[in-house]
Design a protein around this ligand. Structure first.
Ligand SMILES: *Cc1c(COP(=O)(O)O)cnc(C)c1O
Length: 364
């Protein structure tokens, strides 16, 4: 098989940072080796910096972003609990499905695809169900390219309801303030704006959330994702629970190093600049932006194809002719739209130039 070099401009994975590829070449350590445990602690410390939090319970969960989603739900929800979930795309729907499987009753607060969820509607839903365990919302809805506003939800701090946020596509790409916005629990993924391959899900929990986990009546239904047990390994006890994915943690450590060397504000500005340029240019080629203005994510652009364009044929030509991967539409957007990611190491001017050049040729 030839070694294929792709420009990954889909909804994740993005191209890893060069420091990350180098980290995979490190000789392996054991998962209880003091050298590895020190690196794991430093990884959690870097995660706190990137999440902008002081939360002690901050760690990479084994598994992709969806594992982090499940970890949050199975640890914070008990059967019969009520939760409120914002839904304006595939990942809000996924949260509803996970909540149902945990035995939760749920209120959905919806917005049409391509539009942002009104934070006031989420707060109003909490006022009518003040017994709700948490309000959950996706910060960056990767299925539509829409950013949902989180900052106004800091008002939940005045209530007994927690705030849970999906930051899979936002972490490292756009401003996110876990402590500043009163977020009680957040999960993310490595393969989007952190520029690391898929395989870990960074999570963070506030003191309120940890309290909630400690005072459960029942054990979480997942043994693997039980944060009480995982905390005994990641925390001071260092007790074996499951074997840490050591090489992935090397990679995440290196990716976070690259993110922090650049500086968070500089990284956010880079994502914004290349995303804006792509979003200004695509309409000139006949594409139509689908996300509501003012809520467009720079790192994920959703566009309707030019009239008459052949979705699968064009994506195949881009991949085979130019080595560029872009994502097809999901759900309501399947077959009629694309999702173009500019995330992590892929968020470069040269990615935009290369993509626009290839598209210009194919469409003429
Ligand atoms: C990608 C993504 C997920 C799921 O992550 P996986 O790594 O595919 O499990 C969840 N939420 C959002 C917003 C995502 O973009």
């Amino acid at each position: 098989m030839p070694l294929t070099d792709r420009l990954l401009l889909g909804p994740g994975p993005s191209n890893p940072y060069p420091e990350v590829a180098a980290a995979f070449a490190r000789p392996l350590l054991g998962h209880l080796d003091p050298e590895f445990l020190a690196l794991l602690d430093e990884t959690s410390a870097r995660l706190r910096t990137v999440f902008r939090t002081e939360n002690e319970l901050t760690l990479p969960v084994s598994g992709t972003g969806s594992a982090g989603m499940e970890a949050c739900f199975v640890n914070l929800v008990e059967p019969g609990d009520h939760v409120i979930i914002g839904v304006n795309g595939v990942f809000g729907e996924r949260m509803c499905e996970v909540a149902r499987r945990c035995g939760a009753a749920l209120t959905r607060v919806e917005a049409p695809w391509g539009r942002a969820i009104d934070p006031e509607a989420l707060l109003a839903a909490q006022r009518s169900r003040p017994d709700s365990r948490f309000v959950a919302v996706v910060h960056a809805e990767t299925s539509t390219g829409v950013e949902n506003s989180i900052a106004p939800l800091a008002a939940l701090q005045e209530t007994d309801t927690l705030l849970l946020v999906d930051t899979v596509t936002s972490l490292g790409g756009i401003p996110l303030e876990v402590d500043g916005w009163g977020i009680d629990a957040a999960y993310s993924g490595t393969q989007k704006c952190l520029g690391v391959p898929p395989g870990l899900s960074p999570v963070t929990f506030s003191a309120r959330a940890v309290d909630r986990i400690r005072t459960r009546d029942t054990r979480p239904q997942s043994w693997y994702l039980d944060l009480g047990l995982i905390g005994d390994y990641v925390g001071a006890a260092r007790k074996y629970h499951h074997t840490a994915p050591i090489a992935m943690i090397f990679a995440l450590h290196a990716g976070l190093g690259a993110v922090l060397d650049e500086g968070l504000p500089a990284g956010w500005a880079r994502h914004r600049a290349v995303g804006d340029r792509l979003q200004r240019s695509l309409p000139e080629l006949g594409f139509r932006l689908l996300a509501e203005e003012g809520h467009r994510l720079p790192q994920l652009t959703s566009v309707a194809l030019p009239p008459g364009a052949d979705d699968a044929g064009l994506r195949k030509a881009l991949l085979e002719g130019s080595g560029i991967e872009v994502g097809g539409g999901l759900g309501e957007y399947a077959g009629i739209a694309w999702r173009i990611g500019l995330m992590g190491h892929s968020a470069r001017e040269r990615s935009v130039t290369t993509l626009l050049g290839a598209l210009g040729e194919l469409l003429n």
